[in-house]
Design a protein around this ligand. Structure first.
Ligand SMILES: [Fe+2]
Length: 485
């Protein structure tokens, strides 16, 4: 009786603080992430994340259901308090459990007993299921082109998508995510003018680009490295402590640095590199920033072991930001990631997705062996040029010949930030010998359909036009053959 009386009082008192917090409950609306992967879990884990104002008395709830089953509650904890002392907010990360692999599900978020958000999602596919994924890069610039690419990506209805780094411009700040990423990738309605409700309904993954790393200077960018709060990936990377070699250096006044590192400690620097399986594919995301020396034996061993362990994967895909093989004049010298070509080839990687260069490029299938520098080392340093010997598969064309001999490298960095060197489109004389296709006069993303041992890769423009298409197939016994590599 007492509770009912209080509710009535509130209703008659006009708009209350509670009502306004229900009308606008989120700083960042809910979106889906894979999260860390518990070992030996038979189900397909998904997490729903959101950001909300710091209200100690807020009562949040999340329900989920698949098919005809009744709504069942997820376990919601209070939300982690993060942010600057004068702008604290709560970061929620709620696991949705017992989802069928590859299955669609519905979820709803309630506050004070009232549903304030609902969406449909899709769980990670199991080994035998076909799937479609999209990839773009260099995107969160709040441009008309970014919105059109996101809209077209939504139209393609991928099961999940990846961003090959430079997720937000220009220094990886949470303020930039809130302005240039979330409103566009999680727009309420799909339209070429606004973006699309993509991340609320599909898993997404991102590589750590140079703009995501930002300045590393807390005095300039106090909310930098927002990647480590925004995303939630498997925590299986090689480094678990700040200050280790090949991890980003962050600087600032001692007290602020301590608070910042404390805030991101559960994911930084571990999450700069990670891997997971999706359907019959294995995915490895790498940190290609220049503070990482990929000639380092520990790091190379981590990568080799990660790829070798994926014995049951038919396909192996690798994503990092800086392309080793690029024909644009822009960023041509930043070749540091050529140093891992031998590992990728030896461990049977099929496709590599890069960004950094704001256009679309596809190489011929290639093998590359780096030459040692004059000091007899492979240690990389400015200007990051890596010379070596190439072997190119000249016969693969993705239609008559669909079996590449070597790794195919894709630059898909035309996701919204200003296009580079548009005059190089169709200007073959300006391309490196390893380049097969280069489109730089239109914004675009990649979409790939995987059905067993066959995949079809298409590059789609911001207007929905097909710019490129290849098919890759593996011999019928490829699963077993791949397992042996
Ligand atoms: Fe970049």
């Amino acid at each position: 009786m007492l509770l009912a009386g209080l509710a009535a009082l509130t209703l008659h008192a006009g708009p209350s603080a509670d009502q306004s917090s229900l009308d606008n409950p989120f700083i960042v609306k809910p979106y889906l992430q894979l999260g860390d992967l518990p070992k030996l879990s038979p189900s397909a884990p998904v997490r729903v994340l959101w950001q909300a104002p710091n209200e100690t008395d807020a009562r949040w709830a999340v329900d989920v259901r698949q098919g005809d089953e009744p709504w069942r509650p997820a376990i919601v904890t209070g939300g982690r308090l993060v942010g600057a002392p004068d702008a604290l907010y709560r970061l929620f990360s709620v696991p949705l459990t017992r989802l069928e692999p590859g299955g669609e599900f519905e979820y709803r978020v309630s506050k004070h007993g009232q549903v304030v958000f609902s969406a449909r999602g899709k769980a990670r596919a199991g080994h035998g299921q076909p799937y479609r994924f999209a990839v773009t890069g260099d995107t969160g610039a709040n441009t008309d082109q970014e919105k059109r690419v996101v809209y077209q990506m939504h139209r393609a209805q991928p099961d999940f998508f990846a961003i090959a780094g430079d997720i937000v411009y220009s220094t990886g700040r949470m303020a930039e995510y809130r302005e240039k990423y979330f409103p566009i990738y999680n727009a309420d309605e799909p339209s070429p003018e606004t973006g699309a409700p993509l991340i609320r309904s599909r898993l997404s993954f991102g590589a750590y680009g140079n703009h995501d790393a930002g300045t590393g200077d807390l005095e300039r960018d106090p909310d930098g490295q927002a990647y480590f709060l925004t995303w939630s990936f498997p925590l299986n990377g090689p480094y678990n402590e700040p200050g280790l070699p090949n991890t980003q250096a962050i600087k600032g006044p001692a007290d602020r640095l301590k608070a910042h590192l404390g805030m991101i400690r559960s994911t930084f620097p571990r999450m700069a590199n990670f891997s997971f399986d999706y359907g019959n594919s294995h995915w490895t995301f790498l940190d290609s920033n220049v503070y990482v020396d990929w000639s380092d034996a520990y790091l190379r061993n981590w990568l080799a072991r990660d790829l070798a362990a994926a014995r049951s994967a038919t396909w192996k895909f690798v994503v990092f930001h800086h392309p080793g093989f690029n024909s644009s004049r822009a960023h041509f010298n930043e070749q540091q990631m050529r140093l891992i070509s031998d590992i990728l080839e030896h461990r049977g990687v099929d496709l590599v997705f890069n960004g950094h260069v704001h256009n679309y490029q596809r190489t011929k299938p290639l093998r590359f062996l780096a030459k040692a520098a004059p000091d007899r080392t492979f240690r990389i340093r400015a200007p990051y040029v890596v010379d070596g010997d190439f072997e190119l598969d000249e016969s693969f064309d993705g239609s008559a010949d669909t079996t590449p001999d070597g790794v195919v490298y894709i630059v898909t960095g035309a996701g919204g930030a200003g296009a580079y060197d548009p005059d190089q489109t169709d200007n073959v004389a300006t391309w490196q010998p390893y380049t097969m296709k280069l489109v730089s006069d239109v914004y675009s993303f990649t979409v790939v359909d995987v059905e067993g041992a066959r995949l079809t890769l298409k590059q789609i423009s911001e207007r929905g036009d097909e710019l490129d298409r290849i098919v890759i197939t593996k011999p019928a016994r490829s699963s077993a053959a791949t397992a042996g590599r």
